[in-house]
Design a protein around this ligand. Structure first.
Ligand code: FEO
Length: 407
C-alpha cells in the first residue's frame, strides 16, 4: 500500500493487486491497482476503499496512519460504486469504528444493505453537496451503468478533482510513478494498453453509458482525474478523456491499424491457410496478432480483438459446427457487444461443413453487425484455388478496414 499527496488535504492510497481473477474470471497479465482517496476538512471522508481480503484492511489502516489519519476520525465513507473491489472492507471498518456514515446513490444503498447489512446510509442525488469544512466541498454526480447501475462521480470543488471510480481507470500495477506527469513514454504506452484491456474486459458492455459519463465529465471543470484503478491525471486529464472517447469507438467497430487472427486448427489443415494469410499481411506491411484458441486467455483475446480494425477468423468445422474454442471466443465478443468489425473467415472441413452456419448464428444472435467478407471453406487441405481466394479475402479485408482505423 502506497500513500501519495494529491493536494493539501487530499491523499491517495494505492494497492497493487496481482494473481487474482478480476471479477472471478479475468486473468490479469499485469495486475491492477485499487486506489482509495482521503479528503480532509474539519471532517474526513474516504472515497472508495479496498478489496476485502484477509489482511488487506489492516494494510489500509497502516496507510491511513502514514498520512496521519486516525480511522476513528473518519466521518464519511463515500461509496462511488458498490462493487466489492472498492467496498469489500466495509464490514471490517464497521468493527473498527461504528459511527461513520456511508454516502452513495439510491441503487448503491440497496446493495450496501444486501451485501453488508449496512443501514447508516445517506443517499445522494445529482448535484448534492457535502461541506467538509476548510474549503473542501464535495459534490456528487451519478453515472449509472459505469460499470454497475449504482456508480457516481465525486467532485472536489476547491481543487477541481474528479474522483471517477471505474471510469477513466486502467488495469496494470503502478511502480514508483502514479501521476501522468511522472510516467515514462514506456509507462504511458503500458497504461494505454492496459486501459484497453480494462475497457474491453470490464467496461465495454456499458459503452452507451460510458459515453454519457464522458459528457458529464466534460461539463465539470476538471483539473485532476483520480480514478480507482490506474494513474492519476493531473497534468493532462484530457488525455484519458480522449482515450476513453477512442475506446468507445473501438467498441463500435473502429480500431488500430492491425489485424487479429483468431484461430484454431485440429490437424493443421486450416493452419496451412493461416500461413498463407500471414504471408499476405507481411507482404502488404499490415501489423497482425495471432490468437490461438483455446490457448489464449480470455482477457487477452477480448482486448486484442477490441483494439483491432480487422479480424480474421480461421477455424474449421467440428462436429457440424464451428470449432468450439473459436465459437466460444466469438460468443464472448458478442456478449461484450463488440460490434461493427470488418472480418473474414476461412477454414477446413472433413466430411461436411457447418462452421459457417454457426458463425452466422452467433453473429446474428448477438447483433454484432460485423462486416463479413465472403468466407472460404475447403475440404481437407487447402488447394491453390483456395489459397488464391484466401489472398483475395485478406486483400479485401485490408481495403475495407482502412475506413475503420482510429489511432
Ligand atoms: Fe472497480 Fe466495477 O469495480
Amino acid at each position: 500500500m502506497k500513500t501519495l499527496k494529491i493536494a493539501d488535504g487530499i491523499h491517495m492510497l494505492t494497492l497493487n493487486v496481482e494473481e487474482i481473477l478480476f471479477e472471478g474470471m479475468w486473468e490479469l497479465a499485469n495486475g491492477v491497482t485499487i486506489n482509495s482517496y482521503i479528503v480532509q476538512g474539519d471532517k474526513t471522508a474516504i472515497i472508495d476503499g479496498v478489496i476485502g481480503w484477509d489482511g488487506v484492511p489492516e494494510t489500509f489502516y497502516k496507510g491511513l496512519e502514514e498520512i496521519g489519519v486516525d480511522p476513528q476520525k473518519i466521518d464519511y465513507l463515500i461509496v462511488n460504486h458498490m462493487e466489492p473491489d472498492h467496498s469489500g472492507w466495509i464490514s471490517n471498518f464497521r468493527k473498527v469504528k461504528d459511527d461513520f456514515t456511508i454516502i452513495c446513490t439510491e441503487k448503491a444503498a440497496k446493495m450496501v444493505t444486501s451485501f453488508y447489512n449496512e443501514d447508516k446510509i445517506k443517499i445522494v442525488k445529482e448535484g448534492d453537496t457535502l461541506d467538509l469544512g476548510k474549503g473542501k466541498v464535495l459534490s456528487f454526480h451519478p453515472v449509472p451503468n459505469v460499470h454497475w447501475p449504482d456508480t457516481m462521480y465525486t467532485y472536489e470543488r476547491s481543487t477541481k478533482t474528479l474522483f471517477s471510480c471505474d471510469m477513466f481507470g486502467s488495469f496494470g500495477m503502478m511502480g514508483d510513478h502514479c501521476f501522468d506527469d511522472e510516467l515514462t513514454p514506456e509507462e504511458v504506452d503500458f497504461f494505454e494498453s492496459e486501459g484497453m484491456r480494462y475497457y474491453s474486459n470490464v467496461m465495454i458492455t456499458f459503452t452507451p453509458s460510458v459515453k454519457k459519463a464522458i459528457e458529464k465529465a466534460k461539463n465539470l471543470e476538471v483539473n485532476t482525474i483520480a480514478p480507482s484503478h490506474g494513474p492519476v491525471y493531473r497534468k493532462n486529464p484530457q488525455k484519458i478523456i480522449d482515450d476513453y472517447i477512442r475506446f468507445a469507438r473501438y467498441a463500435e467497430g473502429t480500431g488500430k491499424n492491425e489485424v487479429t487472427i483468431l484461430w484454431g486448427s485440429m490437424y493443421g489443415m486450416t493452419a496451412k491457410a493461416i500461413e498463407h494469410a500471414e504471408s499476405i499481411l507481411k507482404r502488404e506491411g499490415v501489423k497482425y496478432n495471432k490468437l490461438q484458441m483455446p490457448l489464449e486467455s480470455e482477457s487477452e483475446m477480448v482486448a486484442t480483438v477490441f483494439r483491432s480494425a480487422g479480424i480474421i477468423i480461421a477455424a474449421p468445422t467440428y462436429e457440424y459446427k464451428l470449432f468450439p474454442p473459436v465459437a466460444a471466443a466469438l460468443n464472448e465478443l458478442g456478449r461484450k457487444r463488440i460490434t461493427g468489425k470488418v472480418a473474414f473467415r476461412f477454414g477446413s472441413y472433413g466430411w461436411s461443413g457447418g462452421a459457417e452456419k454457426e458463425l452466422k448464428e452467433i453473429v446474428e444472435r448477438n447483433k454484432m453487425n460485423w462486416d463479413f467478407i465472403e468466407s472460404v471453406e475447403f475440404e481437407g487441405a487447402p488447394k491453390e484455388e483456395h489459397l488464391a481466394k484466401v489472398e483475395a479475402g485478406v486483400l479485401e479485408l485490408i481495403k475495407r478496414m482502412r475506413d475503420k482505423v482510429v489511432e
